[in-house]
Design a binder for this molecule. Structure first.
Ligand code: FDA
Length: 390
């Protein structure tokens, strides 16, 4: 039986950050990672360049049953703090768009940096093992892994969420949290493509076509690219809105976000011989212009269309209602929304209120960020908060 001050389950973004911070504060830390290497999601993130944070990080860019929960950790460990670490390691980076910071080189650099930080803190990292026989008695957590046994007064759940199960993602965090009596907010796929059925399968003919749109669900809207796929809708605008979308609700797409009300009636006066299709083709890809004009059913020259009809077309193009019949599920979801209830945790330390010594960090917790580096920033910030408390 080896004694540690803390055992961290999961060697992903949050777990490695937590182990590095606690280790550098003099704590003896063990990380147990069941995959054959640590940080697999970091390695594939951002198309291999890891979108490691976002300059626009703010608590209102995270979803949670308690929208205030993330404030403390995000405020104490900021995007600038992580950027300073990246720069200390000489990792070249660039801002791509919308505050998203990526490595110039490779995601590998972020994993190597975290491993170097863990090594500096003297953390032990065991890969290829699952923790078994986890017990809690006399203020100690005891477990076995790979034929060894370890114990510590603190146990950190950092095993992420179930998105992308083929990479080894599991429900482990929720099962363990429930075993300790912690509530779990129903997990659901987020940042995920939406699927279309019924009448809307006609849009599948547009597979591969993309356009900059505003996608809306309820009162939330994102202006970014949307992409038609052979199963429905994807692209950044759709992934973002998917986190807010609920089954049965429509997603409204504004295909012409830069056009003010009345644009088509103005076009009628300026170009009476033009058609809706030809006007759309000035702003949208040809195939999309074809399908939208056909579905609206306005094929005549604009001069021959009554203003009321043109106004109706403008309105439809500014809020085209799609009715997704589902999502592509955890298999394609970049993250999991929901998770270990924040009501169970201290927002300062991530420690469970009713189980002293038990911590939960990262994606396992009911805090989910927007697309664009927000989720890693939550992993760093929550990992740092726990690491400072261990
Ligand atoms: P993470 O999943 O990183 O780590 C959990 C670890 O626990 C894993 O290593 C897993 O193997 C391990 N584990 C699971 N069960 C275990 C068990 N029973 N025992 C031991 N270990 C166990 N975010 C972002 O901000 N910018 C980006 O560019 C991207 N890109 C991106 C691309 C793709 C394809 C995906 C799927 C996701 C992203 N993300 C992202 C999201 C980001 O990867 C995610 O939010 C963080 O990795 C979450 O960090 P965690 O440490 O909480 O979980």
């Amino acid at each position: 039986m080896t004694d540690y001050d803390a055992i961290v389950l999961g060697g992903g973004a949050a777990g490695l950050m937590c182990a590095a911070v606690a280790g550098q504060r003099g704590r003896r830390v063990l990380v147990i990672e069941h995959a054959d290497r640590v940080g697999k999601k970091i390695l594939i993130s951002g198309g291999g360049r890891c979108n490691f944070t976002n300059l626009g990080v703010a608590p209102d860019r995270y979803l949670s049953a308690n929208p205030h929960f993330a404030k403390s950790a995000l405020g104490r460990y900021t995007a600038q703090d992580f950027l300073a670490l990246v720069e200390r390691y000489g990792i070249a980076w660039h801002e791509k768009t919308l505050g998203q910071l990526f490595c110039d080189g490779s995601s590998r650099q972020i994993v190597d940096m975290l491993l170097a930080e863990c090594a500096q803190g003297g953390a032990d990292i065991a890969v290829g093992h699952s923790a078994r026989e986890i017990e809690h008695a006399d203020g100690r957590f005891r477990l076995s892994f790979g034929g060894r046994q370890a114990q510590a007064p603190a146990l950190v759940i950092a095993t992420g969420g179930p998105s992308i199960p083929k990479m080894g993602a599991t429900d482990f965090a929720y099962d363990l949290a429930r075993r300790f009596g912690l509530k779990v907010i129903e997990p659901r796929p987020a940042l995920v493509p939406l699927t279309l059925g019924g009448d809307e399968t006609l849009f599948r003919s547009l597979s591969g076509v993309s356009a900059e749109v505003v996608a809306r669900a309820g009162r939330t809207a994102f202006r970014e690219a949307a992409l038609f796929t052979h199963r429905g809708l994807s692209g950044p605008a759709i992934l973002q809105i998917s986190s807010y979308w609920r089954h049965g609700e429509p997603v409204a797409i504004d295909f012409l976000p830069d056009r003010a009300t009345g644009w088509l009636r103005a076009a009628k006066r300026e170009h009476p011989r033009a058609t809706l299709r030809s006007q759309l083709a000035v702003m949208l890809p040809d195939r999309l212009a074809d399908v939208l004009a056909e579905r609206i059913g306005l094929t005549r020259e604009l001069a021959n269309c009554p203003d009321a009809q043109l106004q109706g077309a403008e309105q439809r193009l500014a809020g085209w209602p799609f009715h997704p019949n589902g999502t592509e599920g955890f298999a394609k979801a970049e993250v999991t929304a929901g998770g270990i209830s924040t009501a169970e945790l201290s927002s300062q330390t991530m420690e469970a209120r009713k189980v002293p010594g038990l911590y939960a960090i990262g994606e396992a917790v009911d805090v989910t960020g927007w697309l664009g580096g927000y989720n890693f920033q939550w992993a760093w910030a929550s990992g740092w908060a726990a690491g400072m408390a261990l």
